[in-house]
Design a protein around this ligand. Structure first.
Ligand SMILES: [Zn+2]
Length: 445
């Protein structure tokens, strides 16, 4: 039967299309029809050519289309602190350097730092990030400016922050943020108590109640290092996960950042409670926190996504770097080469990260799903021969190959240029800002 072609906003073709659908289909010489921000159709080039007429056509014969990458855990405003206090262990880095520097933030500096991170993430094909910070409304504003999807949480600390002199004030900021983002297309909230060592039991219980009430994820740093476990034991008489579970914080909405220092029974507990983990291998290595038992978590059925953590502890917001580190770290430490194969690691940066964040329509390219994607230039020397784009994504790409990044059908980054962010103006404002010098008291002006 012959029918006339349908109209769509955009037709996008490439040499390969990695869908990350349930069967992990990779199409060769294929494309996507985008309409109203969603995938209207996808598949073989010749079929799409017959069936669709587009307002705009983009063709990357040597390119690879991936679903947009999802950064499951970061602090976008921390781009100010890149390279500040390197080579220190977690607790020293955090409590003697980062927390004091962060006390000088203003809403504007949080927004600028977050916007710079958005620019960095978009340039590496990241379309969505989960963030925890104070003045989370400023982070949300940066995500809005950049056009990215974001899950933002107003961090809850047991000590004053520049945004909130009291815990009550931080909770009020969470309420306001929820009001603001309730019907937002691209941005969501999470409840974000910082960790067991920076909060009280009452604060954690309250956070869990809010997450239940609002039916939104509860994101918390947990079991990041043996030092945290020791601190939790002395503060609360319990290991971090025991403490969280006793207070009712482990459930199907819980997203733990790190999960490094876990006992086998704690892995079983996470699986039984339906909690998810975000693995941040580069941050964990740089802060010498340890190696998360990711193969055991996956074997137990715990959803595990990848995250970069903040620029102070990585120092790049790039999931290609994170995927490579993840795959190699676990093979090397286990002395077993089939640990975390490439497909598993790519899943952790796309569909599994989406599942972990309870945003399951993201991280895969399927009909009627959001048109969030990244196109990589597959013609570069280090990607020859382009026999297996999934292997190349994990073992060969570094993120600089990304030529186009799209969220909800809108191109946000194309050919080294951001469509919504004036990077020169942003860099100038950050360089001229007092905060840049204040954050680094020892640095030359
Ligand atoms: Zn973190």
């Amino acid at each position: 039967m012959h029918h006339s072609p349908r109209h769509c906003d955009l037709l996008l073709f490439a040499g390969h299309l990695v869908t990350q659908n349930t069967t992990r289909t990779v199409h060769a010489d294929a494309g996507i029809a985008v309409q109203d921000g969603r995938v209207a159709a996808l598949g073989a080039r010749h079929e799409l050519e017959q069936d669709w007429i587009a307002g705009r056509r983009l063709d990357f014969p040597e390119g690879v289309i991936f679903p947009g990458f999802i950064n499951g855990h970061t602090h976008a405003a921390m781009s100010w602190f890149r390279g500040l206090a390197d080579d220190l262990p977690l607790m020293d880095w955090l409590q003697r350097h980062i927390f004091p520097a962060e006390q000088r933030h203003t809403p504007r500096t949080v927004e600028l730092g977050a916007l710079l991170s958005c620019a960095e993430m978009l340039a590496a094909g990241i379309t969505c990030f989960a963030d925890m910070h104070f003045w989370a409304d400023a982070v949300a504003r940066a995500a809005h400016t950049a056009g990215m999807r974001a899950m933002v949480g107003e961090v809850i600390f047991g000590f004053p922050t520049p945004a909130s002199p009291t815990v009550k004030a931080a909770l009020e900021r969470s309420h306001a943020l929820r009001e603001q983002l309730q019907h937002d297309e691209r941005r969501r909230i999470c409840v974000a108590p910082h960790s067991v060592y920076t909060t009280t039991a009452a604060m954690l219980t309250h956070a869990a109640a809010l997450s239940d009430l609002w039916k939104c994820p509860l994101c918390i740093h947990a079991a990041e290092s043996p030092a945290e476990t020791a601190q939790s034991l002395s503060q609360h008489g319990r290991r971090p996960l025991e403490h969280l579970d006793a207070l009712g914080l482990l459930g199907p909405r819980t997203v733990l950042a790190h999960g490094v220092d876990l006992l086998p029974r704690e892995i079983e507990l996470l699986a039984a409670r339906g909690a998810a983990v975000i693995h941040n291998p580069r941050s964990n290595m740089k802060l010498a926190s340890g190696v998360a038992p990711v193969p055991e978590l996956l074997a137990a059925g715990v959803p595990v996504g990848l995250g970069t953590d903040g620029s102070g502890s990585n120092n790049q917001l790039n999931l290609f770097a994170e995927m490579s580190a993840c795959a190699l770290l676990h093979k090397g430490t286990r002395k077993q080469a089939d640990t975390l194969p490439a497909q598993t690691v790519l899943d952790m940066a796309t569909c599994n990260a989406a599942d972990a964040l309870r945003w399951p329509e993201l991280g895969r390219l399927v009909v009627d799903g959001p048109a969030d994607l990244a196109v990589v230039d597959g013609s570069l020397p280090h990607l020859q021969p382009m026999a297996d784009p999934i292997s190349h994504a994990v073992y060969s790409m570094h993120g600089g190959e990304v030529t186009l990044t799209m969220v909800a059908g809108e191109i946000l980054y194309e050919n080294n240029r951001h469509t919504r962010i004036d990077l020169d103006a942003l860099r100038r404002e950050m360089q001229d800002c007092r905060f840049a010098a204040d954050a680094r008291p020892g640095a030359a002006a």
